[in-house]
Design a protein around this ligand. Structure first.
Ligand code: HEM
Length: 402
């Protein structure tokens, strides 16, 4: 087979244009069908539109408020307080545990035991699902890996998904019968899919993959952003001691730091698309039908035309041209723009907004919780990068509290 032509996009303007082009179809999960077949981020055109319309119901402003102001604080307390009591923790593992619990809450996967072991067990499933989604890059025996992932998906179903479905179907039936109030029906992705208010064709296997994808899309990205944001906050505090107090009291400052962190270190550093047609970008660049488009977010988010000559620097006070988000394009754009971006990173603050009502996002809220409990790098045990991958992930990040 001939290798496809590849067009790599490195500027903000071309990336924005490409993300919005409907003749470009998702290409990141080719060969990852075991997890990604007919999952929202892999659907196109009408099929994508109807799935997104169904799921958008969950991501309305009032629902996001309920998550951020009521449900997440309890999960953050429950997950992080035991670490504070111990006086120390390892951030990478804490990030997996915390973001797994938060993603399970949003996806609608119950954690009946509520123990750290159960969270890590779920995280192991999630890492297996990541391998399944990215099979195209797997260097070993792909068929064997696909079979292992399929088997894992079935075990996840037996242990977690089936009981979660059963509870939600019972709640939906009780609500239909008038036995319970709508406030007692779970508010999460799984329940939205089961209620299926638009009558889409959603067989069990599709619901299973979609729920697994939500765990993956919500937990892994947010966990990475959480550790990196805290690292940047520690560095910023050390370099700007005059701002240390502000970071503890002003959630908007922490939110700006999170946005600046994911601009510089996008959790998903590339987007990929297939050209379904011959395309001409506004820049005049031609993309031939059948070729692959790679959007390189590390370059796009550091485009000096947009972010200035010091685009490589971490500066949460950066002035930006109108209409440019602080996070660059780290939440994507166009039809597949991250559905959970308000949940993860909150909304941009507009002059005059009420700070208490404002949505700050779960990553900034959790990072500020850590700062307020005195988290700081452990001076006797320096953090290390993960040497097992070429991507810049932290491998170990010991912190102390108090
Ligand atoms: C810091 C955290 C996060 C980052 C950086 C992030 C990033 C992204 C990006 C870049 C895309 C676009 C992918 C593409 O264009 O191919 C995306 C899509 C998506 N994200 Fe997120 N995400 C985050 C958190 C979340 C959370 C918390 C959820 C769930 C609650 C979520 C659910 C999704 C879904 C469902 C899509 C696909 C949307 C569609 O295809 O219509 N993400 N995310």
């Amino acid at each position: 087979m001939n290798e496809p032509e590849v067009t790599t996009i490195t500027t903000f303007a071309e990336a924005r244009d490409a993300y919005r082009n409907k003749a470009l179809r998702q290409a990141l999960y080719d060969e990852g069908e075991v997890i990604m077949s007919d999952v929202i981020v892999n659907l196109h055109a009408d099929q994508h539109r109807s799935r997104r319309r169904l799921e958008n119901r969950l991501f309305r402003r009032d629902r996001m408020e309920e998550y951020e102001k009521k449900r997440f604080p309890a999960v953050i307390e429950e997950t992080l307080t035991p670490h504070v009591r111990e006086g120390h923790a390892e951030l990478v593992s804490v990030s997996h545990q915390l973001m797994m619990n938060l993603a399970a809450t949003t996806a609608g996967i119950d954690r009946p035991e509520g123990t750290p072991e159960e969270s890590f067990h779920l995280y192991d499933y999630l890492m297996l699902f990541v391998e399944g989604a990215t099979l195209a890059h797997y260097t070993g025996d792909r068929e064997a890996k696909a079979a292992e992932v399929a088997e894992g998906l079935q075990r996840f179903d037996d242990e977690f998904l089936a009981p979660s479905i059963e509870r939600r179907l019972a709640a939906l039936a009780a609500h239909r019968a008038g036995d319970i109030d709508s406030s007692e029906v779970p508010v999460d992705v799984l329940c939205t899919l089961l209620a299926n208010e638009d009558d889409l064709d959603l067989p069990h296997e599709t619901i299973r993959r979609e729920t697994a994808y939500y765990l993956l899309a919500g937990a892994h990205t947010s966990a990475t952003a959480f550790v990196r944001t805290l690292h940047r906050l520690f560095e910023w505090e050390a370099a700007h001691p005059e701002e240390a107090g502000v970071l503890r009291t002003d959630p908007l400052s922490v939110q700006r730091c999170m946005h600046e962190t994911i601009r510089l270190e996008p959790s998903s550093p590339v987007a990929m698309r297939w050209a379904l047609d011959d395309i001409e970008l506004r820049s005049g660049r031609q993309i031939a039908r059948g070729s692959k488009v790679v959007i390189d977010l590390n370059s796009v988010n550091r485009d000096p035309e947009v972010f200035g000559a010091d685009a490589d620097e971490f500066d949460p006070h950066r002035e930006l041209p109108e209409g440019v988000p602080r996070w660059g394009l780290s939440f994507g754009l166009g039809m597949h723009a991250c559905i959970g971006s308000d949940l993860a990173g909150g909304l941009p603050y507009q002059e005059g907004d009420d700070v208490d009502e404002h949505l700050h996002g779960l990553v900034p809220v959790a990072a500020q919780w850590m700062l307020n409990h005195g988290a700081r790098p452990d001076p006797s045990d320096p953090a290390e990068m993960d040497s097992a991958t070429a991507r810049p992930y932290w491998g170990r990040y010991p912190v102390r509290f108090g």
